[in-house]
Design a protein around this ligand. Sequence first.
Ligand code: HEM
Length: 479
Amino acid sequence: MDIVSLARFQFAMTTVYHFFFVPFSIGTAFAISIMETIYVRTKNEVYKKMARYWGNIFLLSFAVGVVTGLIQEFQFGMNWSDYSRFMGDIFGAPLAFEALLAFFMESTFIGLWTFTWDRVKPGLHALFIWLTSIGSMVSALWILTANSFMQNPVGYTIKDGRAEMTNFFALLKNPQLGFEYGHVIMAALMMGGVIVFGLTAFQLLKAKKNPVSKETMGIYKTSMRFGMWLALIFSVLTIGMGHLQMQYLIKEQPMKFAATEAIYKNTKDPASLALIGFADQKEHKLKGSIEIPGLLSFMSYDKFSGSVKGMDTVNKELTKKYGKYIAGEKMNYYPPVNTLFWSFRIMVGVGMWVALVSLVGLIWTRKKKEGFYQHKWTLWVTGLTLFVPFIGNSAGWFVTEFGRYPWTVYGLFTIKQSVSPNVSVASLLTSNIVYFLLFTFLAAVMISLVVRELRKDPANIDNPQLLEKFLDPFDKGAF
Ligand code: HEM
């Protein structure tokens, strides 16, 4: 294995792992903000208990997310020093804002929210979780500002081989950012809903063996429908934002778009959409495809006409624009086609699956109908859906990040130019193994803590005596 591949693997591993927790905490913080607001407005204690119960799960995801974020930054410094030198001036401002404004805001209000239950007025307490939730979303805005620059550089000049910022507001007005931010946040809020209904489904499966009180059952059932509503609304919005983002991509990054559809030659007019297939990257052909006529034109231009440019044409345009060689390296502008083609389909499939499960679940449980809760298979399907958005988010990032190949900063700086000059295969192998073990350990800790939190009875969540019993690791009630 060479240095570039190992560094890329490490980037992918640390980013995917970190991004398990980012939408988790953004989504659950938002869900809890809504629960607590409903409690403040209606005085319905069920929503207060839900906010406390799911709040504990949110706190865990936040804590582990911070640790994974630190590893992510360390990996940047170690493996991508030339990239950091090139981009430092651009990255500096958004990342400083992220740390100073957003992260501090989030952390301060998390603390206030955690320690002031029943000590301040309910309205003020709900404000704390809203400010935490807004802080987490603002934090994502700054990070995605930097990421959007990598996809579509704006407001900069190149001086002494480095990108220097000339207009901070141009970074914020980057059209890439509008689409990317909207899509990522909608997907995170969808995930919040799925986490609530998915974990509830497992609780209900457990309750089949060990029956729970009527009050606890009521909290589970309200959580189930609440999560499904959230997931339904935000899956539809995620799909809508994704659709707009895709149309933007056709204009701004036609190579990435053609690769997600595995189109080598310009298509006929109208263009058909391949549902499945395998791209033969030597013969420049999509094999074994099942196609729906006209659908790709419709998705691309909102009408059943219009052809789509293929990768071979875009490759010629890019070669003409950027040259056959950059920094002495022969360029290949084709991204990994099968990775993009399948990641895109998995992501879209996830959105549709979540929308379907939520819609069917909501219909099946309306007017206090019991059928849904009586079957084990419905609870298993709903429970296993918990893992689906994690896969969808990773697939989404695969499309975005693999799709900008061969660049780290689109049109300005290549992946090979970005790698640290003094990092070795041995050090990369070692750090890859260490991170992998660390992530496995963190995953085990996270899962065991979530399982422990879920053992608490949501109906007695604010009973200090019972809580102490669960928090004491040596008490048999903790196991
Ligand atoms: C019909 C449904 C969807 C469409 C058409 C769609 C479209 C897209 C496109 C075109 C990109 C690449 C954008 C770029 O490179 O600039 C993308 C990225 C992404 N998608 Fe989706 N998507 C859909 C559903 C979903 C779902 C359900 C999730 C979450 C589970 C998701 C999560 C992401 C993420 C995290 C990214 C990377 C960040 C970004 O560039 O926005 N997408 N999506």
